[in-house]
Design a protein around this ligand. Structure first.
Ligand SMILES: CCCCC/C=C\C/C=C\C=C\CC(=O)SCCNC(=O)CCNC(=O)[C@H](O)C(C)(C)COP(=O)(O)OP(=O)(O)OC[C@H]1O[C@@H](n2cnc3c(N)ncnc32)[C@H](O)[C@@H]1OP(=O)(O)O
Length: 300
């Protein structure tokens, strides 16, 4: 099914028609076949699977800034679902193929001047991405090789472990307040689970974008490495996590994340309606338009 058709299906049903994000059987170790590498790609995400290691790398490739458009979100979910159902894959490293940018967050143009139906479709896709990634049975490691505001930061927070490249130009954080919008409760819950309530409270209210050292200091990222070592370090961390039996790790992950996941699952439609009423307000539309203009002016 093509991405737009899948997106329509997600809009109707609220889920991808590929399988279930819930109640999956525990993953089994990969079969002892000869070492093999596979790659598949769509317009937005490049996936390389090293079957001998049981590890895939998902590279975001949606220039200029890997914004999370409806197409991107749909293709991201399709790629993740494929890996989730692949017995040869036990872990996934998320990174970017676009220099200097991990992801610029939700595509603001999807939230400006569109119909109610479009907002509903878009928001269900954002929810789906988070539900699938946060509940993934695989080990998920974010190799943050560029700036990562808002929804980009959410992707990193949703992983099991975050490694960021030490580059003074890169920043990361949930900066929604700077755009005049409010981070949804499940963005906030994910953030609190990583950095704790006090840090999350001030960072969210200020819409802070943290430099890499600051992000490390507050626990937003687990470690910093020189850019050229990021890939190797992500692979080493992955090996460490995969050394444990899958079932024990998966059950522990579920135990730690269940309450936060259940909260969105129980209030999914209400959350869509909240998003629509919030984003449709003229004052919010004006803030978003001004923010986009500011981004453009910054260039000239
Ligand atoms: C009480 C009820 C509550 C209910 C709440 C419900 C919902 C809340 C709603 C939404 C939540 C949203 C979360 C988000 O993710 S919002 C997105 C936030 N993102 C940002 O703030 C990032 C903005 N971008 C940047 O800071 C820079 O672009 C960046 C540092 C990423 C890269 O800088 P660089 O200098 O390399 O590139 P630019 O020249 O700035 O950008 C190139 C090009 O891309 C366009 N662009 C950038 N970011 C986005 C984006 N997020 N969406 C769409 N387009 C983007 C930018 O405008 C340039 O375009 P052009 O000028 O070349 O046409």
């Amino acid at each position: 099914m093509a991405a737009p058709a899948l997106a329509r299906c997600m809009a109707r049903t609220g889920v991808l028609p590929l399988g279930q994000a819930w109640g999956r059987a525990p993953r089994l170790p990969p079969s002892p076949l000869p070492a093999q590498r596979r790659a598949f790609s769509n317009n937005k995400v490049l996936v390389e699977l090293d079957e001998s290691a049981g590890v895939a790398t998902m590279k975001f490739k949606s220039p200029p800034v890997n914004s999370l458009s409806l197409d991107f979100l749909t293709e991201f979910c399709i790629s993740l679902e494929k890996l989730e159902n692949d017995r040869a894959c036990r872990g996934v490293i998320l990174t970017s193929a676009v220099p200097k940018i991990f992801s610029s967050g939700l595509d603001i143009t999807e939230m400006c001047g569109k119909s109610t139906e479009h907002y509903a479709e878009f928001w269900r896709a954002v929810q789906e991405m988070w539900l699938r990634l946060y509940s993934s049975n695989m080990v998920t490691v974010a190799a943050v090789n560029g700036s990562s505001p808002a929804g980009g930061c959410l992707i990193a927070l949703t992983c099991d472990y975050r490694i960021m490249a030490e580059n003074p130009k890169f920043s990361i954080g949930l900066n929604e307040a700077q755009l005049g919008i409010v981070a949804p409760f499940w963005f906030k819950d994910t953030f609190v689970n990583v950095v704790g309530h006090r840090v999350a409270e001030s960072s969210l209210q200020l819409g802070s974008l943290h430099s890499a050292p600051e992000a490390h200091r507050i626990g937003l990222v687990d470690e910093l490495v020189p850019e050229e070592k990021l890939k190797d370090r992500a692979t080493a961390v992955m090996q460490q996590w995969l050394a444990l039996p899958d079932h024990a790790r998966q059950l522990t992950k579920t135990m730690m994340r269940k309450a936060v996941l259940d909260r969105l699952v129980a209030h999914r439609e209400e959350d869509v309606q909240n998003f629509i009423s919030f984003i449709s307000k003229e004052s919010i539309q004006k803030s978003l338009r001004m923010y986009m203009e500011m981004l453009k002016k910054k260039k000239s």
